[in-house]
Design a protein around this ligand. Structure first.
Ligand code: KG4
Ligand code: ZN
Length: 342
């Protein structure tokens, strides 16, 4: 029998994502974003996001079916992000997925958004996921180091941010530099031609004393404050702010900490495999430095293509397919959106 045909729905934040996969083969990845509406406010407005999902979901499902050249009655299952994320936004996807599964009489799989980001790495590659592997998940809401022994049943949290997420740091620093939301791609653009060594910004939780209790934890709020202070001092002195140097130096500090801690986890645990996932993995410099340092340390690195790093439905469908193929029991239809799912 063929691998199962799964439709995945993602509405945890500002992207309405619908993906269709057959097993690990990507057939469609359709995204409608309310990002432009949020950009006016400099960040996500939960109520705006929920309403935008409601409007976009029907057309996005139809577009994904067309892109994959399949019809609803061919689907073997539906997968949906049930958390974590914005409660109102999640509810739109969960409600739609349940309606779809009930009316088609197919199983439904409730999926953890963060594990979904790891699932993105299974798509469009012939290399099966080797376990155990360390996974670094970096998004707008989370920055976590995971030890994945089994994607569907055994994911251990090694460490996480104790304040801001890495993507949040990009968004906040972009804002204080007068750049648009989302900050990650804006900082990437602003950093072109900048010197990453121009300003030595702090690397959070990397001092010997921090490494005892927080070896695999992250902290980015001090870095954000350091950038703010540096810019204020320049402006107070009436000197111009060298935007490219500030952006490149800030980005270097984030990337340096992310990659060093991920590589340290691989080395400490004797696991020579590292997988990256989440929106921040679209970052040009992060991809470069990860390749360099993983190479140097003899670590096999997996990075999903950029289009699968930021939130999308295909990664949710991919994880649903893994659950189904592993014989995992589907979710019962009484599950709800869980905005604080661990
Ligand atoms: O995974 P994601 O799409 O949504 C969440 O689950 O949060 O991640 C969104 C985050 C935003 O903070 C955005 O600024 C960041 O990912 N991001 C980037 C880049 N593209 C998106 N950060 C750094 N560099 C990028 N090129
Ligand atoms: Zn995400």
């Amino acid at each position: 029998r063929d691998a199962p045909l799964i439709l995945g729905i993602e509405t945890s934040c500002d992207e309405t994502g619908v993906g269709i996969v057959r097993g690990t083969t990507l057939l469609a990845n359709t995204i409608a974003s309310s990002m432009d509406e949020h950009a006016r406010y400099g960040g996500i407005v939960p109520e705006v996001a929920a309403r935008a999902h409601l409007e976009a979901l029907g057309p996005t499902i139809r577009a994904a079916l067309a892109e994959a050249s399949v019809t609803l009655d061919e689907l073997d299952a539906v997968a949906v992000t049930s958390g974590p994320g914005l409660a109102g936004a999640l509810m739109v996807g969960v409600g739609a997925a349940k309606a779809l599964a009930l009316s088609l009489d197919v199983p439904i799989y409730a999926v953890n958004h963060l594990v979904g980001h790891v699932g993105a790495d299974l798509l469009d590659t012939t290399a099966p996921l080797e376990t155990p592997t360390v996974a670094l998940l970096v998004s707008g809401g989370h920055t976590s180091l995971l030890l994945v022994r089994d994607l569907v049943s055994d994911v251990e949290l090694l460490g996480e941010t104790i304040d801001d997420a890495a993507g949040e740091a990009f968004d906040k620093v972009a804002r204080l530099l007068g750049l648009r939301y989302p900050g990650g791609p804006e900082i990437d653009r602003a950093a072109i031609g900048g010197d990453p060594r121009a300003i030595r910004f702090p690397r959070g939780l990397t001092q010997p004393k921090d490494l005892v209790a927080h070896r695999y934890d992250f902290s980015f709020s001090g870095l954000k404050t350091a950038v703010a202070r540096w810019v204020e001092q320049r402006e107070a002195a009436g000197e111009p702010v060298p935007l490219a140097d500030v952006a490149a130096s800030f980005r270097e500090a984030v990337v340096d900490v992310l990659v060093s801690k991920a590589v340290a986890a691989c080395t400490d645990l004797g696991v020579p495999r590292l997988l990256l996932g989440g929106g921040v993995v679209a970052n040009a410099r992060l991809r470069e430095v990860a390749v360099e340092r993983a190479d140097a340390a003899g670590i096999a690195l997996r990075i999903p293509p950029r289009s699968l790093c930021t939130d999308n439905g295909a990664m949710i469908a991919a994880l649903g397919a893994q659950l189904m193929m592993a014989g995992h029991p589907p979710s019962t239809v009484d599950f709800g959106a869980d905005s604080t799912l661990p």
